[in-house]
Design a protein around this ligand. Sequence first.
Ligand code: F6R
Length: 240
Amino acid sequence: MKLIICENYDAVMEQAAQITIDIIKNKPDCILGLPTGSTPIGLYNNLVKEYEAGKLDFSQVKSFNLDEYYPIDPENDQSYRYFMNKHLFNRINIDINNTRVPNGNCEDPNQECAEYEKAIDLAGGIDLQILGIGNNGHIGFNEPDKNLQAYTHMTKLTENTIEANSRFFEKSDDVPRKALTMGMASIMKAEKILMLITGKAKHNALMTLLSDNITTDVPASLLKLHTDVTIICDKASYEE
Ligand code: F6R
């Protein structure tokens, strides 16, 4: 795994944007795997700036998001679909039909997950998978557990994640208890993985990532089995 340590959050987001921009320029019809959360907002802002400057074209880009709450209406302002439209898709020239987020409103989650996984493969696979990481080492909604699941599936949120995500809701009771998420193999199928880590609270997760240990207790540690992972972190997450 390649590690890039940056001075602060903004510098991490600049590096991440540069890598993403290079990929889009080299392959205008590339497929991006995208995260939500507070971490990638700066990256999305930088991509929007590049687009507004007339230097980046998303017209042929396709995207697959990592996850979505379940159940949730895509119109709900806490849904990940809403988040993506607001922070990125509505601000660039991507064809909204080329953007996929698991449907949190589907009637049959198992069918939705199977179709989602198939759609990734049919599209030709993800060229660049961008990831954030939970304080507990989760990626997507693949939470620490004895068993992890390979492909897109429905999962229960842990108390830790409900607590962490409750900051976006009025109260923690409002956080949906389930989610649809790409699995570990869905993520590992990507050609290239870019992991963004910022803030002190992610220190332990980052240290496990940098250690020699692979454990389902820290799902992100499985990324060590992938041959093209770049971690970009800030000093706050790297230093004790
Ligand atoms: C969101 C996702 C999550 C987040 C993680 C970190 O799509 O996949 O795994 O990346 O919870 O969230 P933030 O960036 O809010 O700390």
